[in-house]
Design a protein around this ligand. Structure first.
Ligand SMILES: NC(=O)c1ccc[n+]([C@@H]2O[C@H](COP(=O)([O-])OP(=O)(O)OC[C@H]3O[C@@H](n4cnc5c(N)ncnc54)[C@H](OP(=O)(O)O)[C@@H]3O)[C@@H](O)[C@H]2O)c1
Length: 324
């Protein structure tokens, strides 16, 4: 990455007379976007309780009041397995919500940065997915996210669709937090080895989004994740090793690789979901850090939080809630 993703400093200026409107403010990406917001950038951040993106009249009233120049969609239904039994809820947040936001952006002359997922692909490829690769989601979550992309493109020209994958942070519920907890609690962890992708620290994604915010000429579909490739097994091993090295946990559990078929989940997941980021790196003039470098930063942030409170926040996510 060209600049320090933890500094929040940017050289170029986004027009500051109209604010950026952020949805999903309390999600892991929403929090990272707020943490990295340039100091001189007016930002109005709305959590779900403050703004339900699928509620047309609330969204219309908020747009009339805020008059945003740019809207960032960081709100979504992200429970990949639960989506199989709650397709209406997934559709509401992942399809209806983006459609309502895009319609309001069109009506108010605002740009939309929409965040989507590697789960729009079926994972049968054996080389990184380009932005024009055929989509074929395997489950409800991926399908609704793809339909959300289509809804945005149908309503609004001035948009960016940024696909990412395996998002985690030192805050919130995610694979990273779950693994930290399980390394402490268990002697042995069994983690899937035949699903390969790239972890993305929420702060790295937030950095990329602010870069797009500062380049209003960019439109269309882009991909962003951290650099490199790994399996969930590799990621779980690295989390344990890095956390011990940093002194965040006393010892790491033994991690045993298993195949996805030994760990059945309600939603099928792509076996391969590495994204080709070349187009984005050229557009931004900067690439992403390797996932292990970002992991080291996440471990350091978790350590800093632990020391500031002396008590680690409870980690609630069940192991099967690997988000998309
Ligand atoms: N997590 C991943 O691994 C991953 C991978 C690829 C792409 N993505 C995409 O990245 C984006 C950010 O994901 P994330 O990991 O930050 O998700 P997250 O931590 O689950 O946050 C999503 C936020 O959206 C809120 N939300 C849900 N429905 C809403 C609605 N109708 N109106 C307003 N807010 C609503 C949620 O509120 P509640 O908590 O109250 O429900 C939550 O605060 C999403 O577009 C997601 O699809 C994520």
């Amino acid at each position: 990455m060209g600049e320090d993703s933890s500094s929040g400093q940017f050289g170029s200026g986004l027009a500051v007379d109209r604010p950026v409107l952020l949805t999903g403010a309390l999600g892991q990406l929403g929090l990272a976007l707020q943490a990295l917001c340039p100091a001189d950038q007016p930002l109005r951040a709305f959590s779900r309780s403050q703004l339900d993106i699928a509620d047309h009249s609330s969204v219309a009233a908020t747009f009339s009041q805020v008059k945003p120049l740019l809207v960032i969609y960081a709100a979504a239904y992200t429970a990949v397995d639960r989506a199989e039994s709650e397709p209406e809820a997934a559709h509401r947040a992942n399809v209806l919500g983006p459609q309502v936001l895009a319609e309001q952006c069109a009506a108010h002359g605002a740009r939309l940065i929409h965040v989507s997922t590697d789960f729009v692909f079926d994972g049968r490829a054996n080389r990184p997915y380009g932005t024009d690769a055929p989509t074929a989601p395997l489950g409800v979550y991926g399908l609704t996210k793809l339909q959300g992309e289509d809804a945005v493109a149908a309503c609004l020209d001035d948009h960016v669709i940024l696909r990412t994958g395996w998002v985690y942070s030192h805050r919130g519920s995610n694979f990273f937090q779950t693994m930290l907890r399980l390394h402490c609690e268990r002697e042995l962890l069994k983690v899937v080895v035949d699903q390969v992708g790239t972890p993305t620290r929420a702060e790295s994604l937030a950095w990329a989004i602010w870069q797009f915010a500062h380049r209003p000429a960019l439109q269309g579909v882009y991909h962003w994740s951290d650099s490199g490739v790994c399996s969930w097994y590799d990621f779980a091993v690295a989390i344990g090793q890095f956390a011990v090295r940093e002194g965040l946990i006393a010892r790491a559990a033994e991690v045993q690789p298993i195949n996805a078929e030994e760990y059945p989940t309600p939603a099928a997941r792509p076996h391969y979901s590495v994204l080709d980021k070349k187009k984005t790196w050229e557009a931004l003039g900067a690439g992403a850090r390797h996932w292990q470098e970002e992991l080291a930063l996440a471990i350091a942030s978790a350590h800093a939080d632990q020391h500031s409170s002396d008590v680690r926040a409870p980690i609630e996510a069940p192991i099967e809630e690997q988000h998309g």
